[in-house]
Write a protein that binds this ligand. Structure first.
Ligand code: SF4
Length: 449
């Protein structure tokens, strides 16, 4: 059972020294009970307290790291059932499945696709992080050769060794010194041997069972022996089963502190129908899977999944925003056009992309409205004529720009008259409502100049 804040408080030093960042030991204890702080933040906690409170301060879903070095992927460590309660912590890893029966050229192509999958979206570098090599041949030597090929083409990708054959795992591990793969995995039949191999390799271990009761029995058996770096597969392959089983696992871990299910979940979205695969992957991302295995990462699929994942794993309490500043887009001159927008990251990066597309060097004044989009900021009274005028006046824009024409977003055309009153001598031009109309707008403007 989870400990209450008061129970935790009894084991803290009670000096209210504030080194943990909280004003009192009791406030810190309450945060620990809510799984919103780590006992590590109290440098004066006794060994007895650490041992006693260790379980209480651990996240209900254990953190698992697959891989090592710059490409390591950390999953799990989740503390809540619903994103709005706090936030989801570690974005699920996405894996491309490679068969060891694939041709060398196909293995190389798939591994290279993972290695080059990184994209930039709203200022974040995002990628497909994992390759799952499936033992379809039943031949340990062939499995190991496929794993070796993948590591050569995608050295930064985390690896999932998808085989129940201990000989195949051992053969593959010979090529993976220090790489800490996920071995997938352990069943009721091979668990003892797989745990021994995973322990020796510093690897994590997928636990495979048919349904939650069998899964619980197996994780209880494995953790009783002291090994805890586990990832769960309850066997769901259909949408309904995924939603049910993954939700029960997360609910058991976060609401009931049920340790046997307090581990990340691996979800196999692989499906012969590419649209169904996309749907299953989306369900996994939205409903608590920490690793999603895909048969294909064509851009039309992977970009949508990456964007969905990014949105779900964004902290809902912290608006994504960029710094208020006057940004140069392209090789700007003093006479280049000047536009204004708000500092919501998505707004900024969409506008930036379209201005870049226009090939018309431009100044982009980005105003701090606490990370809101243009219309929301206007409705909230943060992007008004008076505040824009104050920003333009105090920003020092006149040091960089030789003209006095400000292009405002079409959605706030209503501000143009008031802005001209607040900014004497300035011409206010209403730009397009949608950013995708900016290239034509800027090109026409440049042609008319
Ligand atoms: S650092 Fe430890 S002793 Fe100090 S206030 Fe926080 S919980 Fe109390």
């Amino acid at each position: 059972m989870a400990l209450s804040g008061v129970e935790i408080f009894k084991h803290l030093p009670k000096t209210n020294c504030k080194k943990c960042g909280f004003p009192t030991c009791l406030a810190f204890a309450m945060k620990l009970a809510a799984k919103q702080a780590s006992l590590d933040s109290c440098p004066d906690a006794s060994e007895e307290a650490k041992s006693f409170l260790g379980a209480a301060s651990e996240p209900p879903v254990r953190a698992i790291t697959i891989g090592a070095g710059a490409g390591a992927v950390k999953v799990g460590e989740e503390t809540v059932l619903f994103r709005h309660e706090k936030k989801f912590v570690n974005p699920c890893g996405m894996a491309l499945q490679v068969m060891d029966t694939d041709s060398d050229a196909d293995i190389d192509a798939k591994a290279s696709a993972v290695a080059t999958s990184e994209i930039d979206r709203v200022g974040q570098r995002l990628r497909i992080e994992l390759v799952s090599v499936k033992d379809a041949s039943g031949d340990p030597a062939r499995f190991a050769a496929a794993v070796k090929r993948v590591t050569e083409k995608a050295p930064d990708a985390g690896l999932i060794l998808d085989t129940r054959n201990t000989a195949a795992v051992e053969a593959a591990l010979a090529h993976l010194a220090g790489k800490k793969p996920l071995i997938y995995g352990a069943t009721a039949d091979n668990a003892d041997a797989m745990v021994g191999i995973a322990k020796a390799a510093g690897a994590s271990l997928g636990v495979i069972a048919d349904g939650l009761d069998a899964l619980t029995a197996l994780t209880e058996k494995i953790t009783a022996g002291g090994f805890k770096d586990l990832v769960l597969d309850p066997g769901a392959r259909k949408a309904k089963d995924m939603v049910e089983q993954y939700t029960m696992i997360r609910r058991s871990a976060t609401k009931k502190s049920f340790k046997p299910l307090g581990f990340p979940v691996i979800s196999f979205a692989v499906n012969a129908d590419p649209y169904m695969e996309q749907a299953l992957a989306s369900i996994g991302i939205a409903k608590y899977a920490s690793i999603i295995v895909l048969s294909d990462i064509a851009k039309w699929k992977s970009l949508a999944l990456i964007a969905l994942r990014q949105n779900i794993y964004t902290d809902p309490q912290v608006p994504m925003q960029v710094k208020q500043d006057l940004y140069k887009v392209g090789d700007v001159k003093a006479e280049s056009p000047l536009m204004i927008t708000t500092n919501f990251s998505l707004t900024y990066f969409i506008v930036l992309g379209e201005v870049e597309n226009s090939k018309v060097p431009s100044w982009l004044a980005v105003m701090d409205v606490e990370g809101l989009s243009v219309l929301t900021a206007w409705a909230a009274g943060k992007f008004t004529a008076a505040k824009i005028a104050q920003f333009i006046t105090e920003s020092g824009i006149d040091q960089s720009v030789s003209h006095k024409e400000l292009i405002i977003p079409g959605y706030v055309a209503i501000l143009s008259g008031a802005l001209e009153e607040k900014l004497p001598g300035w011409k206010i031009t209403v730009g397009p409502r949608e950013a995708n109309a900016l290239p034509a707008f800027l090109k026409n403007k440049a042609a008319a100049a």
